[in-house]
Write a protein that binds this ligand. Structure first.
Ligand code: NAD
Ligand code: KPL
Length: 294
């Protein structure tokens, strides 16, 4: 049995793709025990109805997928983890960085893994989940107890048919995605435009160079593969062009009136800069501008 904490877009994608009967959502305390029913629109092919039960008291899943937003993750896990055996592997699917470390530091003896996923899922209506973009998911251990669980959990998720790989250096993968999100998401939210449109905007053109210079110093301070500011900007702009028509997750959150994950993207970079004595005025400015939109 695979349990999923966070019955939102990504959680519903995984629940729909995993074999029926092998997956359950973790309820919030006091949640109505009726199963979750929704229409699932796969990337290709016919839409279908999906029904997912809630995890029942006493049921012990083989693995827990955590698909809450970064800012909700610690609190959500605090409710469920005391009820699960210490040996249950936990896979964190959050974007950005910071929430993963919070979880690993809070439960150092539990097997904690993280996933970096480029799948795209959204919910245009409450009871409709769309698999909007095909990507891949890399899973790796965040702590030593997680290491022995890596291959078994990747095997147990393979039934989903979603492209999935075991990753030996998941922190580096999370960093690579963080850098892209740090250079695209806030701009799309502030400018209220699709990803590709930021490239023509004076606000983006003014700040992307200084932003990449800050990130270059932070990558070095964090012991990550060093990249020049120009290399970073090229990578960011390649992704912006390849996803030109997309609404970024941060812009989507703002448009839907949800809290964004800015604290775990540019906000994480600001906190890292403070720890290392590296000034991050552009990241700070982007955090403040997005927070004003909340
Ligand atoms: P979402 O807001 O659609 O889903 C989060 C769900 O968690 C919501 O249904 C919310 O009610 C639930 N939740 C919050 N607190 C809870 C609690 N205490 N107990 C139980 N449930 C709780 O968000 P999403 O788009 O599914 O994204 C989830 C995470 O996955 C984010 O960090 C996001 O960056 C990352 N991610 C999403 C996608 C995607 O395509 N949607 C792709 C890659 C990564
Ligand atoms: O990951 C993304 C997001 O929207 O969060 C990008 C790469 C910007 C694609 O939209």
């Amino acid at each position: 049995m695979i349990a999923i904490l966070g019955a939102g877009s990504l959680g519903r994608l995984w629940a729909a793709k995993l074999p029926a009967g092998q997956v359950a959502f973790v309820p919030r305390p006091g949640q109505i025990p009726e199963p979750v029913c929704y229409q699932f629109c796969p990337f290709e092919g016919q839409a279908r109805r999906v029904t997912v039960p809630w995890l029942q008291p006493g049921q012990s899943p083989d693995v827990l997928l955590v698909t809450t937003k970064a800012g909700d993750t610690l609190e959500a896990l605090s409710t469920i983890l005391p009820r699960l055996p210490t040996s249950t592997p936990v896979i964190l699917f959050q974007n950005g960085l910071g929430s993963q470390q919070q979880v690993a530091n809070t439960w150092p003896n539990r097997p904690i893994l993280a996933a970096s996923s480029t799948e795209g899922a959204n919910r245009p209506e409450a009871n409709v989940t769309v698999h909007a973009g095909q990507g891949e998911t890399r899973v790796g251990a965040l702590n030593i107890p997680g290491e022995t669980h890596l291959i078994p959990v990747v095997q147990s998720l393979a039934d989903s048919q979603l492209p999935l790989h075991a990753e030996q250096d998941i922190l580096s993968r999370l960093w690579q995605k963080l850098v892209i999100n740090a250079g695209i998401n806030a701009f799309t939210a502030i400018l209220n435009c699709p990803n590709g449109d930021i490239l023509q905007q004076p606000f983006y053109q003014q700040w992307i160079g200084p932003l990449c210079r800050e990130i270059t110093l932070l990558l070095k301070a964090a012991g990550q593969t060093e990249q020049t500011a120009d290399e970073l900007q090229n990578r960011i702009e390649t992704v912006a062009r390849n996803t030109a028509a997309n609404t970024s997750s941060m812009r989507a959150d703002i448009l839907a009136g949800r809290t964004t994950e800015i604290d775990f993207i540019n906000g994480y970079l600001v906190r890292l800069g403070q720890q290392h004595g590296i000034a991050t005025p552009v990241n700070q400015m982007l955090v403040e501008r997005v927070q004003q939109l909340h």
